[in-house]
Design a protein around this ligand. Structure first.
Ligand code: THU
Length: 135
């Protein structure tokens, strides 16, 4: 698969997942697709709760779904929204993406076909991670 085809496939998967967003409070629907090094694609959507702080972002749903299926090595993450300005992952998600996926490329896309790709090390410079945990 060419990288452009892979990119289009991942955007389509995240776009489908976005349709399943449960966002009755913000009405802001987000879809995500995380790609493993073996080419598995796992999707997620944001899932809100009346107790707002319990809301899960699409990126974390996708990553946690994949991890729960035994997938541990990731190649890329794609996020789809319906805003003119492309939406980057929130701070909490950046920490989770870094922890599970490391310095992967993150593609942000919208329904109009605009895309931008950034490396995680640019989205989360000087990240805290398990390397700092000493016994
Ligand atoms: N949201 C995501 O799903 N991903 C992000 O990176 C940013 C925010 C969701 C959470 C909430 O359901 C809605 O967007 C508004 O914050």
């Amino acid at each position: 698969m060419s990288s452009e085809t892979a990119k289009a496939t991942l955007i389509a998967a995240a776009r489908d997942a976005r349709e399943r967003a449960h966002a009755p409070f913000s009405h802001f629907k987000v879809g995500a697709a995380v790609e493993s090094v073996d080419g598995d694609v796992t999707t997620g959507c944001n899932i809100e709760n009346a107790s707002y702080g319990l809301t899960l972002c699409a990126e974390r749903v996708a990553i946690f779904k994949a991890v729960s299926e035994g997938i541990r090595k990731f190649r890329s993450l794609t996020i789809v929204v319906d805003t003119d300005e492309l939406t980057p992952p929130c701070g909490a998600c950046r920490q989770i993406i870094w922890e599970f996926c490391g310095d992967i490329p993150v593609t942000m896309a919208n329904l109009a076909g605009r895309t931008e790709t950034m490396q995680m090390s640019d989205l989360l410079p000087k990240a805290f991670d398990a390397r700092f945990l000493v016994d």
